[in-house]
Design a protein around this ligand. Sequence first.
Ligand SMILES: *Cc1c(COP(=O)(O)O)cnc(C)c1O
Length: 394
Amino acid sequence: MPTEQLRYLSDELGKLREQKLALKLRILEDEQRPVSHFDGREVINLSSNNYLGLTTHPKLRKKAVEAIEKFGVGSGAVRTIAGTMSLHMELEEKIASFKGVEASVVFQSGFTANAGTVQAILTREDVIISDELNHASIIDGCRLSRAEIKVFPHKDVEACEKILKELSGRGGRKLLITDGVFSMDGDIAPLPALVALAEKYGCIMMIDDAHSSGVLGRNGRGTVDHYNLHGRVDIQVGTLSKAIGALGGYVCSTRDVIEFLYNRARPFLFSTSHPPSVAATCIAAFDVLEEEPQLIEKLWSNTRFFKEGLKRRGFNTGVSETPITPVRVGDAALAHEFSRQLFQEGVFAMGIGFPTVPVGKARIRTIVTATHTEEELTQALQIMETVAKKLHII
Ligand SMILES: *Cc1c(COP(=O)(O)O)cnc(C)c1O
């Protein structure tokens, strides 16, 4: 029975429900695919981060099963005690050579990679300069580090430089940190300019490439490769949970930085490592990135096809430059209603409102994958048009 002490949480939840802001989980009843069953309904799935369809790729499945047969289902310890398996090391070497860096370390998730790294490398003497739309895991890492936090307006290079000028003469280290691709708007960070600022003002430069791993750059090497900034970014984070299709996050840097993280990154030290099947799956995924470049080509041709279809129908797709395409409607209640009616008609696209995005900028967010067919995307566009007209969105 819930205790009297916790009744305030029921009250808080009640308020969220009244404002229609309480989340309801959609339940996936089969595999994560372009057309899947959620809550008993078959829908065209525009909500997953499974960019390349790797969650169900036969090579990845096979490697996962083989690893279970050979190594069991769990690692049995944290990495720093007995939980470092040869598969973990093999994956890290694979990532480092794929990204063209000295070394990499894998965390349990992209979230722990960001939060654990930022917390570990800074102290309360230091300062962080951070884009206002950076991911929650970066924000948490910044807070846990106890460094001073300076936030610049989204992608505003001039404002960023102004902060850096004001900080000149301040002691301590400076970390300039940004998402490579922003998860709500699908736009790309102005990395060449930010990297130049980091160099000019002596900042550590760190990029979170969660939505660009497997999506941007040669064979999905990420935004540093996309902009050809090799050797100029101190720390790159990527995720294994989105395009890579499994679970995890990684940090790329020098060998010394990686070994420092072995010693100081709290999720690495205090939370159990991946099961062998996850490590084996990810190793296979990097092979697929090299062997099947047509997946990334298809992802981008589907992206162009779908964006053009949206624009032709009069939708406002904001500033997106990637497979993440928001469809802006403004009002949060309208976004949620749009999403709900789309689901009834067979399209799954999440409604997103405040506090995830600013008031007045509510949208549904769509993500196409390499595995959608043009027929599926056309059908989704037609359904979106019909429902949007009914709701006077277009
Ligand atoms: C999804 C995401 C993460 C977290 O990655 P997980 O592997 O899912 O924990 C971190 N940063 C950004 C920008 C993301 O979009």
